[in-house]
Design a binder for this molecule. Structure first.
Ligand code: AKB
Length: 315
């Protein structure tokens, strides 16, 4: 039976991933860790420990005493926040990653960490961006992600650590809001549609980026971790996506359920510049071929589910 330690377990992905893993493998098999304490108390549905991922010694000790066989390293600053404090972002994103990789090496753990569409840059082919292509990002987050992809490959090649990872697009969810990302508008738009009937997008009309619904993202992590290693050519940083969309695509999809919904624009130049440096659409064919990646939700089915769930949550 698996024993998984999750870092950043109270974050946007970590909070839902921890719940999914606890359902799959049993609540006691998953150790949730985060720099913050859960608002609902120290340990609502399973083991929880406070952990600052820049403290490699404590990370190692926690993984060892829990008897982990896997570490899923989610703790990181997102693109817009990283750009505001680049040195802090480097120290947290790279320091946390190298500590997690070292813990995996020392204790012989399976390892997962996400990369991002942020690992690409303005010189990358914009449409149907290939799995293996030019990566010269212009953000600190992107620099961290490319470095992280290379470091994970290195730990596999050099030390035989079973590292795996995907490049996530913008992730959309009604459970835990994201913080400090460039794709966050695609989550905000649903909240504001329900709360106020209108939304002012900080990303300009016509700016395409890849997106995916959270249930597909969580399933992708589980599927990649369970995939036959003999079939993995890439291991780390698989392109995964469900849709390539721009703000008015969300407007149209929401209006099918809420005809009075109104989208306006109040573009934030910093996040717009980041968005413009990223691909319009990425090609997930390596993930499909090597471990059967599949996204079940498209824009229409995701929108129907998001609006229904948020109506229940925000009423
Ligand atoms: C962000 O916008 O920073 C993230 C990402 C695409 O990595 N959601």
């Amino acid at each position: 039976m698996k024993k998984i330690m999750v870092t950043g377990a109270l974050g946007q992905i970590g909070s839902e991933l921890t719940g999914k893993l606890r359902n799959l493998y049993g609540p006691e098999q998953i150790l949730a860790t985060d720099i913050r304490l859960p608002e609902t108390g120290p340990s609502p549905d399973g083991p929880f420990e406070q952990l600052d991922v820049t403290d490699g010694k404590r990370m190692h000790e926690l993984a060892k005493s829990f008897g982990a066989d896997t570490i899923i390293h989610m703790a990181a600053l997102l693109s817009a926040t990283a750009e505001k404090n680049p040195l802090f972002a480097w120290n947290l994103n790279m320091g946390g990653l190298v500590n997690a990789l070292e813990t995996a090496r020392e204790l012989d753990l399976q390892f997962f960490t996400p990369s991002s569409i942020g690992a690409f840059g303005p010189g990358t082919p914009k449409k149907n961006t290939p799995q293996d292509t030019i990566q010269r990002p212009t953000t600190m987050y992107g620099v961290n992600k490319v470095s992280g992809e290379l470091l994970c490959d290195y730990y596999f090649e050099k030390f035989g650590v079973d590292t795996r990872g995907v490049r996530f697009p913008g992730l959309i969810s009604y459970v835990t809001p994201p913080g400090g990302g460039t794709t966050d508008y695609a989550v905000d738009i649903y909240y504001k549609a329900i709360e106020e009937g209108e939304y002012a997008s900080f990303i300009a009309e016509g700016t395409y980026m890849d997106m995916m619904y959270m249930p597909d993202a969580l399933q992708a992590i589980v599927d990649l971790m369970e995939a036959d290693p003999a079939k993995l050519i890439h291991r780390n940083a698989f392109n995964v996506t469900a849709m390539s969309v721009e703000p008015s695509d969300f407007e149209k999809a929401i209006r099918k359920h809420m005809p009075d919904f109104r989208l306006t624009y109040d573009v934030d130049p910093e996040r717009q510049a980041i968005a413009e440096s990223w691909p319009d659409s990425i090609d997930p064919s390596a993930a499909i071929a090597e471990w059967g990646f599949e996204a079940k939700y498209d824009l229409e089915s995701m929108t129907a589910d998001m609006l229904e769930k948020l109506k229940g949550k925000l009423k």
